[in-house]
Ligand binder design. Structure first.
Ligand code: RIB
Length: 313
């Protein structure tokens, strides 16, 4: 089997309400009815990778509840192998409460549930079976940092490419940079990481985005990518060169939820398919631009044919 991607990360149920604007503290905003979607940064990225043709296995956890059953059924329907997902008796499936405004911006409150019980032992056991045939491992940080660390260490030791989406930058995530994964923060996460590696005598210049990106790339000794929403992304290569990749212009931004997950999933899939890093990033940026055209993290995620039809590779 080729183009094998392993995703290690969270699986959620997303409860989404669209409102004219995002509520401020204490404010009640009345919106359109409640909609339910599959979510979680790990599960979303797994779907994005599968939609562009990768063979994807997901390592994570759900509760033995209706939400968990539905989450697994949806993932299977999207050709994601869920046989490595733990079914936990005593934890509910993770849930996210999401408000989306008229510009497609969102607010998310997360109840991790079973995601917070993804164990080092589970990750170790599943990865030891899967790594020998893996091309790329993608890890995100809505699960315990100990499990994330194990995934990155095992992947790097097996000389398999590892992508870390540091979303969110929880305590301990900065320390993972020295394990040398490819990192893909958004602008806010990049700032959080850069503050975490700041040394005495840092200058005001180092607050600038590209300086922060260089600093993170120097720490990982490799590729560092900052995703910039409608502005595409900037890629710092191993030799320190930085390339700016513009986004495809999108007239119809309905919901930006999951755009970062789409980017990461497609990046992992295209690296697994053998694309060079800049080519893979271009495809991932186009996929993320397309993904924002529908409500919910996954409904707008494109197929590879759709991506190449709007942006020939
Ligand atoms: O990145 C978007 C995801 O973040 C949502 O699907 C939600 O579940 C949260 O994990």
């Amino acid at each position: 089997m080729t183009d094998r991607v392993i995703v290690v990360g969270a699986i959620n149920t997303d409860l989404v309400i669209s409102t004219p604007h995002l509520p401020t503290p204490g404010e009640t905003v009345v919106g359109a009815g409640l909609r339910t979607f599959g979510g979680g940064k790990g599960a979303n990225a797994a779907v994005a990778a599968a939609r562009v043709g990768a063979n994807v296995a997901l390592i994570g956890a759900v509760g033995k509840d209706d939400s968990g059953k539905r989450a697994l059924a949806e993932l299977t329907n999207d050709n994601v192998d869920t046989s490595r997902v733990a079914l936990l008796d005593d934890e509910p499936t993770g849930a996210a409460l999401i408000v989306v405004d008229a510009n497609g911006e969102n607010q998310i409150a997360l109840g991790p549930g079973a995601n917070s019980s993804v164990s080092v032992e589970h990750v170790r056991s599943e990865l030891s079976t899967l790594l020998p045939t893996a091309d790329v491992v993608l890890v995100s940080t809505e699960i315990p940092v100990t499990a994330v660390r194990t995934a990155i260490e095992m992947t790097m030791n097996a000389a398999v490419r590892c992508v870390l989406n540091p979303a969110p930058v929880l305590p301990g995530v900065v320390d993972l940079l020295s394990l040398n994964p490819i990192v893909t923060p958004n602008e806010i996460e990049l700032g959080d990481l850069a503050r975490g590696v700041a040394t005495k005598g840092s200058t005001a210049d180092e607050d600038q985005l590209l300086d922060q990106l260089q600093k993170i790339g120097e720490r990982t000794k490799g590729v560092a990518i900052v995703t910039l929403g409608g502005d595409g992304c900037a890629v710092r290569l191993t030799d320190g060169q930085v390339h700016q990749i513009p986004a495809r212009s999108t007239e119809d931004v309905v919901d930006t939820t999951g755009a970062g997950d789409t980017f990461n999933g497609v990046l992992a899939a295209r690296l697994a398919a053998g694309d060079a890093i800049i080519t893979a990033v271009r495809t991932a940026v186009t996929a993320a631009s397309l993904s924002v055209s529908a409500v919910g993290a996954r409904p707008g995620m494109p197929s590879y044919n759709k991506i190449t039809s709007v942006s020939p590779q």
